[in-house]
Design a protein around this ligand. Structure first.
Ligand SMILES: Nc1ncnc2c1ncn2[C@@H]1O[C@H](COP(=O)(O)OP(=O)(O)OP(=O)(O)O)[C@@H](O)[C@H]1O
Ligand SMILES: [Mg+2]
Length: 296
């Protein structure tokens, strides 16, 4: 870490620079993607993880960043852009995260502060601020030769030199593991057995291995068995591929299995017609407020 004199000070293990915090839930699978992202970060200074809402971009970025933190003696710095609404505020938000005093222009101040640092900047949830993020990132990459940037965004930034890695769905086995793991959070005694394995595999397949959808589905086990959940879901919605969840995405949904009166959104799918409860207009998972990577 650099002190105010600009000299490096030796960081003890307990005082590693950066602001990554440990996640509160287990991480599942993604060995191939972790290796791919790490390989890209070895060769490129800007790597963007892309994919639809809830695909696991943020979680993967946090895992990759944590795994590689010892390569960045001046720290891994996490900046959540989800709540930033104005592209002109990106540089200031990043500056605040890394502790850069704003003197003069914001981008200028940020670049001066990071010059000479060997750091990884993680800019999370950038898709609604592509221009602001792109210009800030370009300035940092030009002015700070030893800083790398890992971005999560539903779309690439379009900056020269950007390496893009699409985050695919979880594999069938990893989707099953995530579902079971999250099911145990709401029902600690939950176990895979002959009575529920087929239903859970079917749910996971219908949710296309999208982690957020799997987590929300697992939360239903507070009130439904997997078999009951599958029946409600396949018969109670107008859209067979819909995931019945509360639109806020903030809490577990409260279905009415007797009527199937569930509200839903869904991933993009041909089986959802415009105007249905599962309109493709709502085809990506809603942004949820996240204040820290540890809450992922
Ligand atoms: N590999 C994984 N292991 C465990 N949990 C995961 C994994 N991937 C994603 N999750 C969980 O699934 C949820 C959605 O993941 P995440 O927030 O990373 O998606 P996202 O692609 O960043 O979505 P958005 O586009 O809305 O920002 C989170 O609660 C996250 O912790
Ligand atoms: Mg995200």
């Amino acid at each position: 870490m650099r002190g105010s004199t600009g000299e490096h000070t030796v960081a003890s293990p307990a005082r590693v620079p950066g602001n990554l915090v440990a996640p509160l839930t287990s991480f599942v699978g993604r060995h191939t993607e972790i290796e791919a992202a790490a390989g890209l970060l070895e060769r490129h200074r800007l790597v963007t993880l892309t994919g639809p809402g809830g695909a696991g971009k943020t979680r993967l970025a946090a895992q990759v960043a944590a795994d590689r933190s010892d390569r960045y003696p001046d720290g891994v710095w996490w900046v959540d852009l989800a709540t930033v609404s104005d592209g002109t505020a990106v540089a200031e938000t990043v500056a605040e995260a890394v502790g850069a005093p704003i003197v003069g222009g914001r981008v200028h101040a940020l670049r001066n502060h990071l010059a000479g640092w060997r750091s990884l900047l993680c800019l999370d949830n950038a898709e609604h601020l592509l221009d602001g993020v792109a210009s800030t990132v370009e300035a940092v990459l030009h002015g700070c030769a030893q800083v790398s940037v890992l971005v999560t965004s539903r779309e690439p930034l379009g900056v020269p030199g950007e390496a893009v890695l699409g985050v695919p769905p979880l594999s069938d086995d990893d989707a099953l593991s995530l579902f079971v793991d999250r099911a145990r959070l709401v029902q600690p005694s939950f176990a895979l057995d002959e009575s529920n394995t087929a239903a859970i595999r079917s749910i996971a397949a219908h949710l296309d291995g999208i982690p957020l959808a799997l987590e929300l589905a697992a939360a239903w086990l507070r009130t439904l068995t997997p078999g009951r959940w599958r029946r409600v879901w396949t018969t109670g919605s107008r859209c067979s591929s819909a995931v019945p969840v509360a639109h806020s995405g903030a809490s577990a949904p409260s279905p009415d299995p007797s009527t199937g009166a569930t509200r839903c959104w869904t991933r993009p799918t041909a089986s959802c017609s415009a105007g249905s409860p599962c309109s493709p207009g709502r085809s990506v998972l809603p942004r949820r407020g996240r204040s820290a990577p540890g809450e992922r």
